[in-house]
Design a protein around this ligand. Structure first.
Ligand code: HEM
Length: 413
């Protein structure tokens, strides 16, 4: 039963909608600015929604994929993660060092416990009941993406927790925020999202990825790419950043083509959910594509504006949009197991979330209208989350109603 994580994920989604609305009203100068809200805005989505879904989903998914017994629910991991989150949510706006340290440490311990649980679920080569055919991905592949993602998460937590605790000097980090963001985005989320596509694409698309044999090279390209993008800003060396950027870009585009190519010609396969996933990677690649212009210091190019705002377009355009498709799919599998599990999203959420990304980037370049464009971006992102929130609420309501009538517990996804 993974629903305690799913309920927390739903709660954080509601908070993410509220903080996006606040960002819109603040940019329109209709509301005063509150301390720490910027941190909350990003982390309700990343540490909130996506981390809860990851913890709730991975043990069961790895067990299903590798033909193992479903693992018992680990209340110790759930309690450690969520106590850490609560302490951090109090500590960060107050900039309270003890609370930030305790919250970060508890989340660190929860990630280690989940990593050890997944590591313990290894299957000896050839032991899996159904060895993959040539055009199928090895069912053990997803697990290694999740483990590598969690390893990068640990680096992201150390740097994020240490950012306001003065650890930067002791850890000899040159530009800490530029280590924190890549460790969590090009490391944790890129790897976990890649693992989810590897494990779930056959289920939500009814097809196999285009080139199953490309998954291992993609894994190593993405792992080494993320390493370059973490070590580079840590020691201020372009000799790590540039190859890291190229390796990660190749891995991401290769993964994206694996996802798009099998359904490319069939218009009917392109549900709003499939389009959400495909388009979300555009917002992931946008900062990567403009990075060389910033590194080269092209005159007149708003490098500082991009560094200031691109993380938000990354989290809302890529992470949240990917979640719009995958989160309702996982809720459906957990709460309505007898129904065909389809991806989430609608034409409305598709148009508004991507228009939001366009307005946020426009606010970086059209500086005379930054406030109104920035506010409009957040207003559009707030609107885009409403049908998804309603869709998830509908799934939970129907699922719980069926449980009451059948007296069973929600299904393990
Ligand atoms: C224990 C876990 C974490 C802690 C303690 C933490 C801490 C921080 C801190 C202190 C900042 C700087 C805020 C500022 O200077 O305004 C920050 C920024 C950021 N963090 Fe985290 N973080 C954590 C997890 C994550 C995760 C899991 C992700 C994404 C997957 C993430 C993504 C970001 C991004 C994108 C920013 C830049 C926000 C912006 O510039 O708007 N963080 N984090």
């Amino acid at each position: 039963m993974s629903s305690p994580y799913f309920f927390m994920a739903f709660l954080y989604l509601l908070m993410a909608v509220l903080t996006a609305l606040d960002a819109a009203l603040t940019s329109f100068t209709l509301l005063p600015w509150f301390n720490g809200l910027r941190w909350l805005r990003v982390h309700f989505i990343t540490l909130g929604v996506l981390t809860q879904i990851t913890f709730g989903l991975l043990p069961g998914l790895v067990a299903i994929r590798t033909g193992q017994a479903r693992p018992k629910f680990r209340w110790d991991i759930w309690a450690t993660l969520n106590t850490g989150m609560l302490v951090l949510l109090i500590g960060i706006p107050l900039v309270n060092r003890t609370l930030i340290f305790s919250g970060g440490t508890l989340i660190f311990i929860a990630v280690v416990l989940l990593g050890l649980q997944l590591y313990g679920m290894r299957v000896a080569p050839g032991a899996s009941s159904t060895p993959p055919t040539d055009n199928e991905v090895d069912p053990r592949a997803g697990r290694k993406f999740y483990l590598m993602g969690l390893a990068y998460f640990l680096v992201g937590i150390i740097v994020g927790t240490g950012l306001w605790l003065g650890w930067v000097g002791a850890l000899r980090i040159h530009t800490p925020i530029e280590v924190h963001i890549p460790a969590n985005n090009w490391g944790l989320l890129s790897m976990v999202f890649a693992g989810l596509l590897v494990d779930l694409y056959p289920r939500f698309s009814g097809r196999q990825l285009a080139w199953p044999r490309s998954i291992t090279p993609i894994f190593w390209l993405m792992t080494l790419g993320a390493l370059g993008l973490v070590v580079g800003p840590w020691i201020a060396s372009q000799y790590f950043i540039v190859p890291g950027l190229i390796l990660h870009l190749v891995a991401t585009i290769w993964l994206w083509l694996n996802f798009v190519q099998p359904a490319w010609k069939e218009r009917c396969s392109w549900s709003p959910g499939m389009r959400h996933i495909a388009l979300s990677y555009f917002w992931m690649l946008a900062p990567v594509l403009v990075a060389p212009l910033i590194l080269l210091g092209v005159p007149g190019f708003p490098g500082a504006g991009i560094e200031q705002n691109a993380p938000q377009a990354l989290i809302y355009g890529w992470v949240l949009q990917f979640g719009y498709a995958i989160v309702p799919f996982l809720f459906r599998r957990a709460f309505l197991p007898k129904e065909p599990a389809k991806l989430g999203g609608s034409t409305f959420s598709l148009v508004t979330v991507n228009l939001g990304g366009a307005f946020l980037w426009a606010s970086i370049f059209v500086t005379s209208y930054t406030g109104i464009l920035h506010g409009t971006a957040y207003a559009l992102w707030t609107l885009s989350a409403l049908p998804i929130t309603a869709e998830i609420w509908g799934i939970v309501r129907d699922g719980l109603a069926r449980l009451e009538t059948s007296g069973a517990a929600p299904k393990q996804t």
